[in-house]
Design a protein around this ligand. Structure first.
Ligand SMILES: *Cc1c(COP(=O)(O)O)cnc(C)c1O
Length: 386
C-alpha cells in the first residue's frame, strides 16, 4: 500500500533517517562543505556539498515523494530553481507562458532569459488555445495554477495533452496549492516548480525552491545544471524545510478552513467588488480546480471599490501584516501592484486585472474570528474623502 501524504511529509518513502546510527528522530544537519574519500576511486556517495549533501538529499527525497516524482532538486530559492530551469533551453528556443505569473518569473524571463536569446509568448491559458502559438522552435509551456495573483485555474491535463502532441515540456509552478492539494506530475506535467519559501516551509522564515520531475533524463540534465551553477539549498535551510513539511497537511487544512470563512465574509461586504478564490461554486475556476486538485487552498485575491480603500486597509489592519510572500502560518496582506508584481509592465498588469484596487491575502492558521474582525475593523474605519 502506498503511504498516505501525512506519513510522507514526515518520512518520505524511506525509513526513519536513512544511514543514521544514533537513532536521532530529527534528521541531522550535515554542516560540511566536503567529504573524505575512503580511497582513490571510492566515495561515500557524497563528495562536495555543492553537488550533494545528506540533509539536502533527505529533503529532496521527501519532496519528490510528495509530488509523485522520481527526483526533486532543492535550490536556495524559488527564483534560483527557475533560473536553473531556464538553463535547459538555448538561444533561439521559444517558450509559451500563461500571462498571469508571479512577478519575479516575468522579470526573469523579460530581463535575463530574453537577453540570453530565449523568446516568450504570453497567452491567457484559461481562454486561448495554445496550439496557434506553437512555433517550430517552441520547446515548453510554463504555467502556474491557480495563478498569482488573479487565481485563474488552468486545466493541467488539457495543457499536458497539447504539450505531448507537439513534443513540448509542460512545466507547472505548483506553489499556490502545494503537493498536499495538487500533483501536476500525476496529471501529465514534466517538471514541477515549488517556491519552498511558501507553503512547504510554511513559517515565513526560510527561502527555498524545488524542481521536481518523473523523468530520469530531465533529472540528469537538471542535476548537471545544479552542480554547475551552484545554487543548491544549504544544509541548515534544508533542515528547516524538512521540519516545516512535517506539518504541511494540518497547516493546509486549517488555512483553507480559515480562507473559506474569510471568503464568505468578503462576499458579504458591500465595498468588496470581486473575490477571486477557486473554491466559489458556480465559477469555471471551481469546476476545473475540483477536477484536478483535492482542495482550493488559502490564497484569496479581492478587489475593493477604490484605491483609497485599498490603501486604507493596508494601513489599518492591526493583526495582519502588510507584507509580501505567502503560505506561512501568519496571514499576510499584499498589494500586488506595488509589491509582488511591481516590475510587471503596466499594460500587462491591467490586462491581467491587477489594478490599484486589488489586494491579495495569504491566509494563515490564526483564529479565524480574529482575522475577520481585523479585516472588518480596517474596512469599517474607512471614511471616503468627499
Ligand atoms: C514566491 C514565488 C516564486 C519565487 O520563489 P522565491 O522562493 O521567492 O524565490 C515563484 N513562483 C511563485 C508562484 C511564487 O509565489
Amino acid at each position: 500500500m502506498e503511504r498516505g501524504i501525512e506519513t510522507k511529509c514526515i518520512y518520505g518513502d524511506g525509513a526513519t533517517p536513512e544511514g543514521e546510527q544514533t537513532g536521532s528522530i530529527s534528521f541531522p544537519i550535515y554542516q560540511t562543505a566536503t567529504f573524505a574519500h575512503p580511497a582513490v576511486g571510492q566515495s561515500t556517495g557524497f563528495d562536495y556539498s555543492r553537488l550533494q549533501n545528506p540533509t539536502r538529499q533527505q529533503l529532496e527525497q521527501v519532496v519528490a515523494s510528495l509530488e509523485g516524482g522520481t527526483d526533486a532538486l532543492a535550490f536556495s530559492s524559488g527564483m534560483a530553481a527557475l533560473t536553473a530551469l531556464m538553463e535547459l533551453f538555448r538561444p533561439g528556443d521559444h517558450i509559451i507562458t500563461d500571462a498571469d505569473l508571479y512577478g519575479g518569473s516575468i522579470r526573469l524571463f523579460r530581463s535575463i532569459s530574453e537577453k540570453n536569446g530565449i523568446a516568450f509568448s504570453q497567452i491567457d491559458c484559461t481562454r486561448e488555445a495554445v496550439e496557434p502559438h506553437i512555433r517550430e522552435n517552441t520547446r515548453a509551456i510554463l504555467i502556474e495554477t491557480p495563478t498569482n495573483p488573479m487565481m485563474n485555474v488552468i486545466d493541467i491535463r488539457k495543457m499536458a495533452e497539447a504539450a505531448k502532441r507537439y513534443g513540448l515540456l509542460l512545466i507547472v509552478d505548483n506553489t499556490f496549492l502545494s503537493p498536499y492539494f495538487q500533483k501536476p506530475l500525476t496529471l501529465g506535467a514534466d517538471i514541477v516548480i515549488q517556491s519552498g519559501t511558501k507553503f512547504l516551509g510554511g513559517h515565513n522564515d526560510t527561502l527555498a525552491g524545488f524542481l521536481v520531475t518523473g523523468s530520469a533524463e530531465l533529472s540528469e540534465r537538471l542535476r548537471f545544471i545544479l552542480k554547475t551553477v551552484g545554487s543548491g539549498l544549504a544544509p541548515f535551510d534544508s533542515w528547516l524545510m524538512l521540519r516545516g513539511i512535517k506539518t504541511l497537511p494540518i497547516r493546509m487544512e486549517r488555512a483553507q478552513e480559515n480562507a473559506q470563512a474569510i471568503v464568505s465574509f468578503l462576499l458579504g461586504e458591500e465595498r468588496v467588488r470581486k473575490v477571486y478564490y477557486p473554491g466559489i461554486p458556480g465559477t469555471l475556476a471551481y469546476e476545473v480546480c475540483r477536477r484536478q486538485a483535492s482542495g482550493f487552498g488559502s490564497m484569496i485575491t479581492f478587489e475593493v471599490e477604490s484605491r483609497e480603500l485599498a490603501v486604507h486597509i493596508l494601513r489599518s489592519t492591526k493583526l495582519i501584516p502588510f507584507a509580501e510572500s505567502l503560505g506561512g502560518v501568519e496571514t499576510l496582506l499584499t498589494y500586488p501592484t506595488t509589491q509582488t508584481h511591481a516590475d510587471v509592465p503596466e499594460d500587462v498588469q491591467r490586462r491581467n486585472g491587477i489594478t490599484d484596487r486589488v489586494l491579495r491575502l495569504s491566509v494563515g492558521i490564526e483564529t479565524k474570528e480574529d482575522l475577520i474582525q481585523d479585516l472588518k475593523q480596517a474596512m469599517d474605519s474607512f471614511v471616503a474623502s468627499p
